[in-house]
Design a protein around this ligand. Sequence first.
Ligand SMILES: C[S@@+](CC[C@H](N)C(=O)[O-])C[C@H]1O[C@@H](n2cnc3c(N)ncnc32)[C@H](O)[C@@H]1O
Length: 378
Amino acid sequence: MPSQVQHDLLPTRTHDEGARQDYYMEIRRHLAVNVAGGNRAVYSNIVKPAFLRSHGREPKDRSEVRTEMTRQGYYQMYSAMQRHTQEMTWDSVIDSVERDLPRLTAQAKQKMANAKGTLTLDPAFKAPGYLTFYDIHLQPGGYHTTLADDDVASGALYDRATYMYSMGNLGPKTDYFGSSLLAHFKARFPHITPKRILDMGCTIGHSTLPWKEAFPEAEVYGIDVGESVLRYAHARAETMGVPVHFSQQNAERTNFADGFFDVVLSHIMMHETSTPAVPRIFAESRRVLREGGVMMHLDNPRLVGLPPFDAFLAEWEVHNNNEKFGGTYREMDIVVEAENVGFVKGKATLEYVALVVPARIMNYSTKGIQFPCLVGEK
Ligand SMILES: C[S@@+](CC[C@H](N)C(=O)[O-])C[C@H]1O[C@@H](n2cnc3c(N)ncnc32)[C@H](O)[C@@H]1O
């Protein structure tokens, strides 16, 4: 597996910090490779036969599977280890961020002083409640917390920790969601050379940068809710020589003019929003698209159609990792939601995007996994 690219904004690691971080990434890999599969054996050999005996049928949905599996010692051990590893991933990176913060802050200032891209923050901005009422996926402070005027801490924490979370499966720059969606876009819409691209929920720009690299003439915009993550995104993009325009905005209602963009995207954002937010974001995507423009919202695998046991395992994050909306979004009929906000029937489709480099290990998931993407043509 390639190492993470050590750019100037990434927190450095002392020997001990590195050892601890590597340990938690290895535990994570061990759980995915050697432990997660045992849950299936527990289900097939113990839980399902017992359920059949007592109910005269198999569990009908993931909720019934969960009720039974959460009583099993094996699953309890697996789940507790997963949760602990997630907590310790953040915890182990916080040490590096706190130690390295003066250097990171100075680096960010220097990069921003000579920037080709821009950063627009809104001091009056209020992040939506679905992102602030708990620490989403257990990240201390979530995406929105800002500790100081020139803060980059949340962004630095996110950069290292998401590499660990993905076990390096998203590449040395954690950008495979971006490059994979880009490859799908190029194959689907070879006739479009976008002049303006919007990436909603860009966090620190991991997935945004491949779009600017692929279309250097285009103006590429990234929006998110957090001041610290956006400042980090801006400085990181400048460090990598890929200028992007970042701004603090809610994807439900932005300040871009009607028809401003050729392409509007999101990578793994939608499942962290809410039921009322989804149609608003689709409507906003449509509003800011020009006629003939394209919307693409890529997200985690659907739960609909999965066998109950697989759906149960696939929604571990919903119950244990503060991603409460993750289950609902992955069941919503998002094509109908898109049609409801004005996408013409047949012009909104659910498509499947393969990672450019297939993940060798995904958490409790299958090889060759494909990521569903709502594609809408205006
Ligand atoms: C899992 S992260 C996405 C990561 C990023 N797109 C990538 O591919 O690396 C989800 C992001 O969506 C942002 N987000 C969620 N709802 C949003 C909204 N209504 N407006 C703007 N950003 C939002 C969160 O703040 C968070 O940074």
